[in-house]
Design a protein around this ligand. Structure first.
Ligand code: CMP
Length: 139
């Protein structure tokens, strides 16, 4: 079993569609505790920083434009085995491949507008959580 924390953000497509409440309910019912949460908006430059690891990918510019197109809801979550369990809850990046009943299967619109992000390692969970919540209170 790995670490106790992960990072997520509900993306602009899901916030715009009014699905944030349903998604947060699924997250809590799956046993995750919300340690930090806010509603905010990225500039295109900040989106580029967050996704810098993908800067050589063909979809990078579109992704940054999309991620700065509307409000997002970033959160830090706590649960045993948080990173792996959360990635199971959200399903595959491509919603056509996401398992039935996962958050992306239920709410994602496309491989880009895929409703929600989940950290892929304990190390990235810490980096991504600090990107949004450095210096702010966690509960
Ligand atoms: P996320 O899990 O936040 O990590 C990187 C994001 O890039 C991903 O979700 C999608 O929003 C986006 N992405 C990944 N692969 C593609 C792709 N092939 N085409 C467009 N966007 C993608």
């Amino acid at each position: 079993m790995s670490g106790k924390f992960t990072f997520t953000m509900i993306k602009p497509d899901a916030v715009n569609a009014g699905n944030a409440g349903a998604i947060i309910k699924m997250i809590q019912e799956a046993g995750f505790r919300i340690v930090a949460m806010k509603k905010t908006k990225l500039t295109q430059e900040r989106a580029g920083e967050f996704y810098a690891v993908h800067s050589e990918r063909p979809f990078y510019n579109d992704l940054c434009a999309y991620m700065s197109s509307g409000a997002i809801i970033p959160m830090i979550l706590e649960k045993d085995n948080a990173v792996e369990d959360f990635r199971t809850l959200i399903g595959a990046t491509d919603p056509t491949k996401a398992a039935v009943g996962t958050i992306r299967n239920l709410f994602a619109k496309s491989i880009e507008a895929n409703a929600i992000h989940g950290s892929d390692s304990d190390e990235n969970a810490q980096i991504e959580g600090n990107f949004f919540f450095a210096g702010t209170e966690r509960f």
